[in-house]
Design a binder for this molecule. Structure first.
Ligand code: FES
Ligand SMILES: [Fe+2]
Length: 416
């Protein structure tokens, strides 16, 4: 449970807010690199409560412009894409990706432009993702070095979805093992016969619906374990530990060991969720593996568009919301064809998050022993907000994992 002041400190992301300042001390992923083609159109990038415009010049150099033209504030989303620069349609000022002002055609003095600088933020491209740093110049933290950044593109699937709620309540669902056996019943049922690695890793979660949850603080946040006692058909019992890491303030090292999830606030009430699946050996990003992986979690393009979870479709048309009862199929729920009433795992997570309110009121919740990691999450985020420190982490060694525990063995002994 959190009082409203702590809840605000944890959730509000604008430039003047404590969490907003902390986020601006980090490298923030803001879009999938392939979604910004060279010489293409400018793209809208809401990020931590401000508006930006992403664009890539004809040479392939990416840029993130603070929105509002340097001259008199027209949106650069309207600007012309002209190869070496983005030209505002209002009076023709033109900006290169590094902020150099290339032209101010409504000013007779040709030297004038040399005294100006467009407002851009540093951008780096890594792991198939574009990242930016919005904090004070010269105080950039180390750039992330996650293992998937060094893999060939064929061994990494990067996918995003967006949803209309605060980022913390999305992260809550990612450190909450006990919801899987309920909310995602339909997906877990489908994993039985599947030879997809993902399916095999999550299959046993339906066999113990009340896992014991334990957590352990680390310099970067915490690890937490969901401990399940699984009984085989022969009556033997084994203890399984699924251990996930939370790296403050927005990264989850999933217990599957080959999935990182990064949730970035675009505004207080809208978030972008990066899913990065990777493999040290398999061409995950090639067909049919890529489609199989995305389909089983409802992250394929068709499903995301159908449920309005893409940047182009969010909030448009018949977006699942309270007024349309979130498009649950009640008939299918009654006759047992589905548990949740929606047919995608990602959509299941999205509707429970969104249904709790754009910024969930945590003064009215009732936490239990199932929510040990939720409490840890609040604590980790509030202490990061308080210290304003960037977490220290070993990018390569730190990981989520699942393991079978020998009798008397402690999951903590297996931590990296
Ligand atoms: S507002 Fe952009 S050129 Fe005038
Ligand atoms: Fe979930």
């Amino acid at each position: 449970m959190l009082n409203s002041n702590d809840n605000k400190a944890m959730c509000q992301v604008g430039p003047g807010e404590p969490m907003g300042r902390l986020l601006r001390r980090h490298w923030l992923p803001f879009m999938v690199a392939a979604d910004l083609p060279a010489g293409g159109d400018p793209k809208d990038v809401p990020l931590v409560g401000e508006n930006f415009v992403a664009w890539r010049d004809a040479e392939g150099r990416p840029a993130l412009f603070e929105d509002g033209c340097l001259h008199r504030g027209a949106s650069l989303l309207l600007a012309r894409s002209e190869g070496d620069g983005l030209r505002c349609i209002y009076h023709g000022w033109k900006f290169a990706t590094d902020g150099t002002v290339l032209d101010t055609p409504n000013v007779a003095d040709a030297a004038y432009r040399g005294r100006l600088r467009g407002r851009t933020s540093p951008v780096r491209e890594s792991g198939g993702i574009l990242w930016t740093y919005l904090g004070a110049a010269g105080q950039e933290p180390d750039f992330p070095r996650w293992p998937w950044m060094d893999l060939p593109e064929s061994q990494r699937v990067v996918a995003i979805h967006v949803q209309e709620c605060n980022f913390v309540q999305i992260i809550e669902g990612l450190v909450d093992s006990s919801h899987l056996g309920f909310l995602h019943t339909d997906t877990l049922r489908k994993t039985g016969g599947s030879d997809l690695e993902y399916a095999q890793k999550v299959n046993s979660m339906q066999d113990d619906l009340a896992p014991k949850i334990e957590a352990e603080d680390t310099p970067f946040g915490f690890y937490y374990a969901a401990l399940r006692d699984i009984r085989s058909k022969e009556g033997n019992s084994r203890r399984e530990a699924r251990v996930a890491g939370f790296v403050a303030p927005f990264t989850i090292l999933n217990a599957n060991g080959d999935l990182h999830q990064i949730v970035i606030p675009q505004t207080d009430t809208r978030s972008i969720f990066f899913h990065v699946y990777y493999s040290e050996s398999r061409p995950l990003n090639e067909e049919p593996l890529r489609s199989q992986q995305l389909r089983i979690v409802g992250m394929d393009d068709d499903t995301l568009q159908r449920f309005h979870l893409t940047p182009e479709t969010l909030g448009r048309g018949d977006y699942p919301q309270r007024t349309n009862y979130f498009h649950q199929d009640r008939a299918a729920m009654r006759d047992g064809r589905t548990w949740s009433g929606v047919s995608s795992l990602t959509m299941e997570d999205a509707i429970v998050c969104v249904s709790a309110g754009a910024v969930r009121d945590r003064s009215r919740e009732t936490l239990s022993t199932a929510d040990v990691a939720i409490t840890r999450l609040y604590r980790a985020l509030l202490s990061a907000v308080e210290s304003q420190e960037v977490a220290r982490i070993d990018w390569v060694q730190s990981r989520g994992f699942a393991a079978q525990l020998a009798p008397g063995q402690e999951w903590r002994d297996l931590l990296p």
